[in-house]
Design a protein around this ligand. Structure first.
Ligand SMILES: [Zn+2]
Length: 73
C-alpha cells in the first residue's frame, strides 16, 4: 500500500493591529489633569482647561491679541 502523507501548511496571515491614533491637531492633553480635550473647546475657553482650569501655553501673538485690543496696541 502506498500511503501518501500530505502535509498541509497552514499559512496564517497575521495582520498587525493598527494602533489607534488620536488625530494630530484636534485634541490636546491637559498636563495637569491628563484629560484629553477637544482643542476647539479649549480655545473657546481662552486656552484654559475646562476640566481643571489649567492654562495651556499660548503663543505670544495670541496672548497679546487676547489681552490688548489691536487698535490700542
Ligand atoms: Zn485639565
Amino acid at each position: 500500500m502506498i500511503v501518501d502523507k500530505i502535509k498541509k501548511r497552514e499559512v496564517k496571515n497575521i495582520q498587525p493591529k493598527k494602533p489607534v491614533d488620536i488625530p494630530v491637531g484636534k485634541w490636546v492633553k491637559c498636563e495637569k489633569c491628563k484629560e484629553i480635550i477637544y482643542k476647539e473647546a479649549v480655545q473657546e475657553n481662552y486656552s484654559v482647561c475646562p476640566n481643571c482650569g489649567y492654562h495651556f501655553r499660548l503663543s505670544s501673538r495670541r496672548r497679546i491679541a487676547q489681552i490688548i485690543d489691536e487698535r490700542n496696541f
